[in-house]
Ligand binder design. Sequence first.
Ligand code: SF4
Ligand code: SF4
Length: 362
Amino acid sequence: MFKYNEKYDCSNLPKPAFYSCPWIQHGLVFFRYKMTMCCYCGHVGGGHTLVKDDYNGQPINWEHLFKQKRTFNRLYKKGLINDNCVDCPFLEKRMAEDWEKEGEYISNLYISHWVDCNCKCTYCFEAQHPEEFQFKHKPYSVLPILKEMLQKNILRRGGSIHFGGGEPTLLPEFEDIVRLLLDYKFYDLRVHTSGIKYSPILERGIREGRLRVIVSVDAGCAETYKKIKQVPQYDKVRENARRYAAAQVSRMHALTPDMYMVGNICVGTKFIVIPGVNDTLEEVENWIKADVESGIHTTIIDLEENWFKAHEQDLPQSIFDFIHEIKKLSDKYGTHFEMYERVNNMLKENPERVPWFVPDKA
Ligand code: SF4
Ligand code: SF4
């Protein structure tokens, strides 16, 4: 549903301009049962802006899809905003001619249409909503769609291609999809994995500096890992993360004539802070230390979604302070620090509580 929102009305500007985002322009997401424009959902509107409901891998009418995107542009020029996009931090005001000269193609892709996993995180959406996942389904095939997009020059380099899920390495066509993208010299590929199953194609992507692997760890020891993940795989995950890290080549990889990837930050681990479960400095320091000893130099954090939703209206100062302490530990060990959407938004929306925080310019 599109509704007028004064905040986004650019009709009074001397030169035509409008709000949009890289996902409205060039994004496509494969979820179970639907296609959307984006995978973001941490803001008021809720994101996951719909392209097609009841989607199960049917052929895509590309003309229709790009017509949908043109409709967004036409309505956004008048300040008519899709409910799902309201207050999204990715909405950006630019001159109409700048948006329009980009042309019509897809470069931002998120592939997340299956739920099978070899882990059982207590915070997983699947664990929280077992009724939705009681019937396992066979994921539809994305590989032929990607091949068609490449053949028609609809899928182009320059954006980001991420995997969600479910555990990507369990997807039957996962290795073929990543191989295809690497063969076509795509970059900014990002794969989130439990790290329980080792994937040789990920190793190739890391070595080429075109792919980043994020291993979900959430713990600094086997005991906490087991409590959260409910599988006794801490040692295996650490070993696989170390193997991925060993594939990193410590140099600048030339991705395009003017774009580079720093080779030794291709592998990172992620720690979802779950207050009351893993939010001690000892746990965090052990996690970062284990990373650094394995050759991993990227520290990624997020905040557990259910805790966040329950406390969103009255966030304690202690959570802001804890995030600051993690940042300080990351600095102490010299790691590249990244905050995922929930933490980032939380800090951006409460600047008075985090004077140390410098928001991204993007
Ligand atoms: S919710 Fe945000 S990222 Fe998604 S399409 Fe809307 S503006 Fe773009
Ligand atoms: S690794 Fe991801 S998909 Fe698997 S159980 Fe954990 S949160 Fe769920």
